[in-house]
Design a protein around this ligand. Sequence first.
Ligand SMILES: [Cu+2]
Length: 247
Amino acid sequence: MLNNLGMPVQASTHAAELDHMSLIVHWLMLVLFVGWGLFFIYVLFRYRKGANPRASYAGAKGKISKGLEVGIVIAEIILLFFYAIPAWAVRVKAFPAENQAVVVHVVAEQFAWNIHYPGTDGKFGRTKPELVAADNPIGLDKSDPDAKDDITTINQLNIPVDRPILVHLSSKDVIHSFGLFEMRVKQDAVPGLNIPVWFIPNRVGEYEIACSQLCGLGHFRMRGFVNVQSQSDFEKWLADQAKGTTP
Ligand SMILES: [Cu+2]
């Protein structure tokens, strides 16, 4: 599903703002492309060898060229300081409080997304690399009381609509990138780092997690699914997972 910009549908609260910025940037690029292109053609004709047997090395002089350059710089400063930096600041500074958000750990690996929910106690159980096994891909330490009710899934991220989602992103092997195109979320998952990323999904539906870094031969099949549900459906799903039944 694409919207009128040719972008995926907007499924998070910040998506429209980013699309708006992309649109402005593209309009500016279009104006520059057409403007410079026309100027280039004019220069080819105006300064042809036949009319200018002796080359001038002085370069363009005059108010128009200076004014245009200053105008473009001002437009770019406006884009940077009034659009890009404020939008980015919200993403990296205004994180929701852990107790207000739905907190999920996402551990990337070649070639899957491991999703870890804290369960009803709201506490994530300890994980240890030496416990990683085929049936325990994140190495959850079952002897930890906090781990008893934890829920893990592979390639299936269920989240409630209209609530802040705080994802702690990490990787077991190489650099991957957590891409939720409909939510306009993209963040690298880097081994050894725990990188938080947050968003508010505002559209119930099924979407995909795409790995956006070429991470190995199986990169093409590193595909997960996101299910944005109503709060009650989400709670029911969590309860079903806790019972070990997969609806
Ligand atoms: Cu990957």
